[in-house]
Design a protein around this ligand. Structure first.
Ligand code: HEM
Length: 412
């Protein structure tokens, strides 16, 4: 990824710009446009989305933690309901952590945290390592591979299925349902995409109802059984809540991780390590992971609703109920917070990022995502040190889920 390419962003007024999110020049390299946005001080207005955007690291980081902003509009400013052809999709979101705010969010998040304890995540280390080796065993002899489908995709979905205690034979269905459902979050989906997302939701809900019934009669020590176990407590989760939580864990749990693994591999191959010891210590490998998360994150845009009138800066005041965009990818490349922000530098002293969010909705899966990344990268680069790109990596036509279409590599 180079930032010296031109940006298709056009300034209309001092802070208003036009930029088609489906322009390939943009989604292949959004960082060139972020560089343009950073030239203006304070929030900038994206005409195609009709929203003020925060692009600075401090501004985005503070807004994620600011109680005057939430994922839901304040009372009296209800969100536009989903159309009826998305009825079942809406059902999966009803109790999603991402569709709740305190106090409802606090209760459910606490229940999820209790089931999703770090001890359980850490105990996955050797299993994830074995899984990474098994994937490489399948393609090593051929001298080439398409790493997105052969490596980055199977690891996260298998890991989350094992954590939940869902049969691994169902991972193909889980992937297909998840791909269809996340289209609704791209804000550029077609009517057919929405119908597909709703059908996927129907199948996913049916599957999970069957899984809940089967765990109820034959519990194990996995996450789904633990959530069912919590139902015996006075504020325990309902079946509908468990279904929403599990769907969010499955969708969030692999879609972002797949693309972060792909983006990270490409970043590292394009900027080969100057330190051959990267993969020999956990601490150093964790620094590589942190820089990969900053340098080329998979999720670039989240929104928040103002809960009251807010003065965003001296010139920009927004009223209660207004939705604003937080550009996480831009914040990670903010020239005010990072020296040589567009350079991949594992030894940076200003290491930081907002790729996993912050505040109330900070990523529940952050420890798992970082563990998967550390193992997936270490095992791959240790086993195939001569790996090179076989073709230039191309990003998918999806600005919100910034990830590669394919990652073709070869080695000798
Ligand atoms: C590299 C991979 C990942 C990235 C970049 C990522 C990023 C994020 C971000 C930015 C948020 C906050 C959204 C907001 O504030 O509006 C979030 C929330 C969340 N993530 Fe992740 N995530 C990753 C992996 C995972 C994994 C592996 C899981 C679970 C297995 C997971 C589960 C969740 C959940 C449940 C939430 C909602 C938390 C809440 O609303 O309280 N994520 N993630």
């Amino acid at each position: 990824m180079t930032v010296n390419v031109s940006s298709p962003l056009h300034w209309k007024e001092s802070r208003h710009f036009s930029l088609n999110p489906k322009d390939p020049v943009f989604y292949q390299n959004p960082y060139a446009s972020y560089k343009e946005m950073h030239k203006r001080q304070g929030p900038v207005y994206w005409q195609e989305y009709g929203m003020w955007c925060l692009t600075g690291f401090d501004e985005v980081n503070q807004c994620l933690r600011d109680k005057r902003f939430a994922r839901l509009p304040p009372a009296g400013f209800e969100r536009k309901p989903y159309p009826t052809h998305l009825k079942d999709f809406a059902e999966t979101e009803r109790f999603s952590l991402l569709a709740l705010e305190p106090p409802e969010h606090t209760r459910l998040r606490r229940l999820v945290n209790r089931a999703f304890v770090s001890r359980q995540v850490e105990s996955m280390e050797s299993e994830i390592t074995r899984l990474a080796h098994t994937c490489i065993d399948r393609f090593e002899a051929s001298g080439e591979a398409e790493l997105l489908s052969q490596y980055a995709t199977p690891i996260p979905v298998t890991v989350i299925a094992r954590l939940l205690g869902i049969p691994e034979s169902s991972t193909d269905n889980l992937l297909a349902w998840s791909h269809s459902m996340v289209m609704v979050y791209t804000m550029t989906q077609s009517h057919q995409d929405e119908l597909n997302a709703n059908n996927a939701s129907i199948a996913f809900i049916k599957f999970l109802k069957e899984q809940i019934e089967s765990r109820r009669s034959a519990p194990d020590d996995k996450l789904l059984s633990q959530l069912i176990n919590l139902q015996s407590e006075p504020d325990g989760p309902s079946d509908a809540e468990i279904i929403s939580v599990v769907i969010l864990l499955l969708n969030a749990g692999h879609e972002a991780t797949v693309h972060q693994i792909g983006n990270a591999i490409a970043s590292i191959i394009l900027q080969p390590p100057d330190n051959p010891l990267w993969w020999q210590s956990k601490e150093e490998a964790d620094r590589v992971v942190a820089e990969c998360l900053r340098y080329d994150a998979p999720l670039h845009l989240f929104t928040r609703y103002a809960q009251e009138d807010v003065q965003l800066d001296t010139d920009v005041k927004i009223t209660a109920g207004t939705e604003i965009a937080l550009l996480l990818g831009a914040a990670n490349h903010c020239p005010m917070s990072f020296d040589s922000a567009s350079s991949f530098d594992v030894s940076r002293t200003d290491a930081n990022h907002v790729s996993l969010g912050a505040g109330t909705h900070f990523c529940v899966g952050a420890p798992l995502a970082k563990l998967e990344l550390r193992i997936a990268l270490s095992v791959l680069f240790e086993r195939l040190p001569s790996m090179q790109l076989a073709e230039e990596p191309r990003y998918r036509d999806s600005f919100h889920f910034h990830g590669l279409e394919s990652l073709q590599v070869k080695w000798s």
